[in-house]
Design a protein around this ligand. Structure first.
Ligand code: HEC
Length: 148
């Protein structure tokens, strides 16, 4: 199950990210901060899906909202003025910016769809996470530089 790997990765990657939605530039730090925010929200959903945390509609709602909003803001970090020389950015993103933005928009839309029909229990959160996780995987596979 893909989301499990994502949740684990998130737990490892994830700590303080603060609110770094400040809309300047398109720096590596800003991008990472947004992804960590998405990762944190996904981790919160994962804890519920795994039964580590009790189902809590408010947390589900807040997490989905964070994912929807952050996924929308994310592509703005890849604008013509941003640091294209940043070795951390996969050059494929600049070459396929439309596809990249489409993938981000899809994640946002899927999160909004899930918000509209809020998953009502642990199983529902698991199913939602599967849908959302497919988006993470698709974009990471295409555009995220692998590091180990
Ligand atoms: C539109 C493409 C896209 C989607 C969709 C996407 N990601 Fe990412 N993600 C990236 C890219 C690109 C990076 C690397 C950013 C960089 O290095 O500048 C990244 C990096 C990350 C990181 C690593 C941050 C760090 O500390 O290095 C985490 C965690 C992450 N994503 C979680 C997620 C989760 C969870 C989802 C799904 C809910 C998701 N991402 C969906 C493109 C995407």
């Amino acid at each position: 199950m893909k989301w499990r790997a994502i949740v684990v990765a998130t737990a490892l990657a994830g700590v303080a990210f603060g609110s770094v939605l400040a809309a300047d530039g398109g720096t590596h730090d800003a991008r990472i901060a947004l992804m960590k925010k998405i990762g944190g929200a996904t981790g919160a959903l994962g804890a519920i899906a795994k039964g580590e945390k009790p189902y809590d509609a408010e947390i589900v709602k807040a997490s989905l909202t964070t994912i929807a909003e952050t996924a929308k803001a994310f592509p703005d970090q890849f604008n013509p003025d941003s640091d294209k020389a940043d070795a951390e950015v996969n050059p494929k993103i600049w070459d396929n910016l439309d596809d990249f933005k489409t993938k981000a928009a899809k994640l946002s839309t899927d999160a909004e769809t899930a918000l509209a029909q809020l998953p009502a229990d642990q199983a529902g959160v698991g199913a939602t996470l599967k849908t959302l996780g497919g988006n993470c995987g698709a974009c990471h596979q295409a555009y995220r530089i692998k590091k180990d």
